[in-house]
Design a protein around this ligand. Sequence first.
Ligand SMILES: Cc1ncc(COP(=O)(O)O)c(C=O)c1O
Length: 360
Amino acid sequence: MWVITPINVSTTFRYNEDPNTLTAIADLPNGYPEGEFVYSRLSHPNSEKVEAVFDKILGGHSVVYSSGLGAFNGLITHFNPNQVAFGQCYHGVHAILDIQTRNRGLKQLSLNEEDLEKLQPGDLIHIETPVNPFGTSYDLKYFAEKAHSKGALLSVDATFAPPPLQDPFKFGADIIMHSATKYFGGHSDLLAGVLAVKSKDVKRRLVDDRIYLGTNIANLESYLLLRSLRSFDLRILKQSSNALKVVTFLNENKHRFKSLVKIHHSSLQTEPYVKEQLSNGYGPVFAINVDSEETAKHLPSKLKYFHHATSLGGVESLIEWRAITDPYVEKTLLRVSIGTEDPQDLIEDLDQAFSSLSRD
Ligand SMILES: Cc1ncc(COP(=O)(O)O)c(C=O)c1O
């Protein structure tokens, strides 16, 4: 038997050789059972294996997708809310909600008290925490209580702080979503998404939808994701502890760096819920505001250990002038994703970059 799960690229699977075991799909009200493979858009050996691993990591019934946005589409398609309340979150999530508004009149609400009062049974509050691009946290218990008092559901995009950093089910979430492209993938070489729900029946219905949305995880990606999940908790804990060291350094040395205006990160928030939610460490992404758009464009070119690129969660540190991809942010904002490098190298790199900006 193998140690490493083999790459399996078959899109189609031979039926059982024994004619007596064959059943017509019309006679299978719950679809094909797990472990019975027909065509890889439905499921395949490595997609089911990934789901079994995610069940353990996320503590629910997991459904994997071809991307994080594929997962959000699956969520919105299945739960089909008339109204969604959401705040700051990934710009692609805004775009999906805009499509729903365009096509079927979905009502978009903010997270303020007045809007939350308008929620009806079957509606959704969607919270991203820690939030993209700032890495700051929202109070999950508060939003879970608000949602449930109205008969609505709480979905949580927890991409920025996967377990063991944070478990949204503990604070009342009904659905957890992750872009597995980020920390679960961890090597900037695969796209995937995952939803975790509390009921096996809901999982089955999400899988039924996924078949016809055509958004199952691809064969090669699921192999890469299984590889990544083997080292997942080593990476996330190291990235979290590195990020805390880097943020602490910047915060303590802010007075030396003329161009550094503001640092955003959960570790700098003082509300008690932040530490309760992130009891095993803060997320490895933070953001900074600098003194001008010019500085924001130039800072990445002065760093040698940070690639100037979008995305996050990989073992390599990234920095991004966020306005390149996110239409909703200030042009002075940079997002930083901390990797697994020696934190002292990252600190010295940021120190020399900010110091050289002060001299320019
Ligand atoms: C918080 C968050 N959610 C969802 C997504 C979308 O994930 P994907 O790119 O895997 O579709 C991203 C991507 O950056 C993200 O940062």
